[in-house]
Design a protein around this ligand. Structure first.
Ligand SMILES: *[C@@H]1O[C@H](CO)[C@@H](O)[C@H](O)[C@H]1NC(C)=O
Length: 425
């Protein structure tokens, strides 16, 4: 897949297996996508005109009232306003599902989840790995789980709590044998029951792609069947907290690497296959650029093309599908170094961004093509940098795009953003 991140702190992926998958796929994926990108932009623009977005919900947000959601952003305003939000933080401005990821290595996310609890329908702390140990399977990560925080969240809001489970286990061990598949599902379901979770977010497709098993039609089919079986197992269990509610499965998918889908791409047919078993698809529409190809994190037109690829053909039968797509929105940015061979730099989070603004007082520029703000600065060693970090305007455009499709959103990750971003949700 073209848009995998090989860096760490900001990212979804942080272990060596993860970054390998990124490198393997990125070289071939990127160039194809660029051509495809140009060809498709015109079509996407036309389609976009036919859909409308309603600005009506915006009235009561502090950030709209203050005129901060604008392409003419400047560093002074960001510095003075970023921690201000509407008095009423329980009011939701986005009507479709909103999933927020939280990572144990950034405690700010835990605090923001409590403070903006009502803005979310789903909260996903990144806690678990399902691993193979020789021929056995083990679910690791309970030590990350914070029961006190969970019970505080339960008291103040209704967001479902779905910890993320990454399937690290070798697919040869897991998918090939029915007994192992059942064991894996049993481990996950038991953990949900014991800890009182509302379900899980499963990340496995990128692993299976990295292992190369998706090229084998038989293994690819087993992979889909596994997800289906897990979804069915979770749906057979009632939530302890909410009567009438079943446990949920959210499944993480990457954006297709090109218009002509490859075996490792998760495509519209796969969406259909899993549509009953999966309650939400967390779509990783970010990391379009990387240190070797510096640029915007998630160009708006690319997002439109990806949504068109996944949802454009679904027609009438697809009415229930759009709210299950959780369009990925990044709350982190990138600081790329541009001079001399480049290839440097990587993810930054809110506090890094604010520190750069304070130090360099840059002119924020709006890139109309991608719908993102960015700025340049020169560091102490005389190396030039380009910084792309989300702004109220860039996020609001992505929310409008998702709204026009009737899609939900997923945010990676909430602790990396600025407080006033939550006023948009
Ligand atoms: C805040 O907004 C929520 C949701 O719209 C509403 O129910 C609540 O009454 C509001 N609280 C205040 C203090 O206005």
């Amino acid at each position: 897949m073209a848009k995998k991140r090989s860096v760490s702190s900001g990212g979804h992926r942080r272990n060596p297996a993860e970054s390998t998958s990124g490198r393997v796929n990125s070289a071939s994926g990127h160039s194809k996508f660029v051509v495809f990108f140009i060809l498709s932009s015109m079509i996407a623009t036309v389609i976009y005109r036919f859909r409308q977005s309603s600005p009506s919900q915006h009235q009561q947000s502090y950030v709209y009232e203050q005129g901060l959601v604008t392409t003419h952003a400047n560093y002074q305003h960001v510095l003075s306003e970023n921690s201000k939000v509407s008095d009423n933080t329980s009011q939701r401005h986005y009507k479709y599902p909103v999933l927020g990821y939280i990572t144990p290595w950034n405690s700010r996310g835990y605090e923001l989840a409590k403070r903006f609890n009502s803005k979310f329908t789903h909260i996903s702390p990144v806690w678990y790995d399902l691993k193979s140990q020789q021929t056995n399977l083990a679910l690791e990560g309970r030590h990350n789980a914070d029961r006190g925080w969970i019970s505080e969240l339960r008291k103040t809001g209704e967001a479902l709590i779905l910890p993320r489970v990454v399937l690290e286990a070798s697919p040869a061990v897991l998918l090939g044998k029915e007994k192992q598949r059942n064991k894996a599902i049993n481990l996950i379901v038991t953990e949900c029951k014991e800890m009182g979770y509302d379900g899980i977010v499963l990340e496995s497709w990128s692993r299976w792609a990295a292992y190369g098993v998706l090229h084998d039609p038989n293994m690819r089919n087993l992979a889909l069947q596994f997800v289906k079986q897990l979804g069915d197992a979770l749906h057979s269990i009632s939530s302890e907290k909410i009567s009438g509610q079943k446990l949920q499965l959210v499944y993480v998918i990457g954006p297709p690497s090109s218009e002509k889908l490859q075996e490792h791409d998760f495509g519209p047919k796969d969406l259909e296959t899993l549509s009953e078993a999966v309650d939400g698809f967390s779509l990783m529409t970010y990391d379009f650029s990387n240190p070797h190809n510096p640029g915007p994190n998630a160009p708006l037109k690319w997002i439109q093309i990806v949504l068109q690829l996944l949802l454009g053909t679904s027609g009438n039968r697809g009415r229930s599908l759009p709210p299950r797509i959780l369009l990925g929105i990044n709350f982190y940015g990138n600081d790329f170094s541009l001079s001399r061979g480049a290839g440097g730099g990587g993810a930054i989070i809110g506090r890094d961004y604010l520190a750069l603004l304070e130090k360099h007082r840059p002119e924020l520029q709006w890139d109309k093509n991608s719908g993102e703000h960015f700025f340049f600065y020169t560091d102490d060693k005389d190396i030039r940098h380009a910084v792309f970090y989300p702004s109220l305007k860039s996020i609001s455009l992505r929310l409008e795009e998702a709204r026009s499709w009737g899609c939900g959103i997923s945010i990676w990750e909430i602790g990396q953003g600025l407080d006033y971003f939550f006023d948009l949700l």
